[in-house]
Design a protein around this ligand. Structure first.
Ligand SMILES: *Cc1c(COP(=O)(O)O)cnc(C)c1O
Length: 384
């Protein structure tokens, strides 16, 4: 080991002592189950919220019906060079229609979206007001933007209102950034309230990340913005394909001007190889079917509501109003222990620890999927 490696090893040792050392879990998949250490466990840690990946039926249909034909597994270039296959335009038109926006732009991942959009749209005179609990990718985007920023207390719109009042005339533009369903707490932003706040000032824009709501909420699966009927008032509407849509990639739905500006200024679009046409075709195939997956959405809402109530009855307070359900244990060691116990009982749940969540709020995070049998969820909650 050289000097640097010795220092890194010391740091790793400290992480280990605090119960915060991470490693890559090996996982073999079998439908809704994970096989690991000779155990078969119900997978409660995946983001396959509609059960599309676990079920595999649509993928078989995609292959059988030949939708994949001529869909290359590489695009060999950025979209600004030769990577902009016709499949992209088709998918973007579908997304714009689905989201009720003028236009949409497909990006390589939610991480690319969130680290690229704010840096493109902000100047050093801009201000970003972000919910305290926004995803790490948004935080990284804020840092890269070079703009000033303040993180307001989680869902505290009184504080946000004061911040806007204080600062609206001191910045060229202000972005309010939030998730619609929050990744770690499973609670929701009050999008109507945010829209009414941002409407007070002409230089304020609203940025909403629907990663956990896309496919899951709204009549057609477009997300919470569709559910509340306010897509038109959200300036920057981001969603991802790696979760309920069982694919990979992301989109931003916005005005044509913003789309054109991003094409010219967004580094995580310009300087990366475009997703392969094969993936774009698969995403497009899923997007066509999202509106008809109402049964899955309703079933997921029903088991999620029932699971949240059952946990409350057992004395666990969860902030969740969705299919993402944290069971907060406090310190990292107790989260690890609880996850281990539940794995032994046949449930694949994982501990979530700092820095993903604030210190002292380590938890196990249940993420439910349509088609997860209710009896299993009931048994799981009994074992908690
Ligand atoms: C998962 C997630 C992302 C990242 O999306 P990827 O496509 O996985 O890179 C962004 N934002 C939120 C809120 C997420 O949960």
């Amino acid at each position: 080991m050289n000097r640097t490696e010795e220092l890194l090893a010391e740091e790793l040792e400290k992480l280990k002592d605090g119960g915060n050392l991470r490693s890559l879990p090996q996982s073999l998949h079998e439908g809704r189950h994970i096989l690991s250490h000779g155990r078969k466990m119900l997978n409660l840690s995946s983001n396959d919220y509609l059960g599309i990946a676990a079920e595999g039926r649509l993928w078989k249909e995609f292959l059988k019906e030949g939708y994949h034909e001529n869909g290359l597994p590489t695009s060999s270039s950025s979209r600004l060079l030769t990577g902009n296959f016709p499949e992209y335009n088709e998918l973007e038109q579908k997304l714009a229609r689905l989201c009720g926006k003028q236009s949409a732009l497909v990006l390589s991942s939610g991480y690319h979206a969130n680290t690229g959009i704010l840096p493109a749209l902000c100047t050093h005179k801009s201000l970003i007001l972000a919910d305290k609990l926004v995803h790490a990718s948004i935080i990284d985007g804020i840092r890269l933007s070079g703009a000033q920023y303040i993180r307001y207390r989680h869902n505290d719109y009184g504080q946000l209102e004061c911040l806007l009042e204080d600062s609206h005339d001191r910045h060229d533009r202000i972005f309010i950034a939030t998730e619609s369903i929050f990744s770690m707490d499973g609670d929701e932003a009050d999008l109507e309230r945010l829209v009414s706040l941002k409407r007070r000032y002409p230089n304020v824009m609203l940025y909403v990340d629907e990663a956990h709501a896309f496919g899951v909420r709204g009549m057609n699966g477009a997300g919470c913005s569709e559910e509340r009927g306010i897509s038109g008032d959200i300036d920057i509407l981001v969603g991802t394909f790696g979760k309920a849509a069982a694919s990979v990639g992301a989109y931003v739905a916005c005005s044509s001007i913003i789309r054109e500006y991003l094409i010219n200024r967004m580094r995580t679009l310009i300087f990366t190889t475009a997703l392969p046409p094969l993936i774009i075709k698969w995403t497009s195939f899923i997007i066509d079917r999202l509106p008809s997956m109402k049964t899955e959405r309703e079933q997921l809402a029903a088991i999620s509501g029932a699971a949240n109530r059952l946990l409350e009855n057992k004395g666990f307070h969860t902030p969740s109003t969705s299919h993402i359900i944290p069971v907060i244990t406090g310190d990292s060691a107790s989260a690890i222990l609880k996850a281990q116990k539940l794995q032994e009982a046949g449930f694949y749940v994982l501990p979530v620890r700092p820095p993903t969540v604030p210190a002292g709020s380590s938890r196990i995070r249940l993420s439910l999927c349509a088609g997860t049998p209710w009896e299993d969820i009931e048994r799981l909650i009994k074992s908690i």
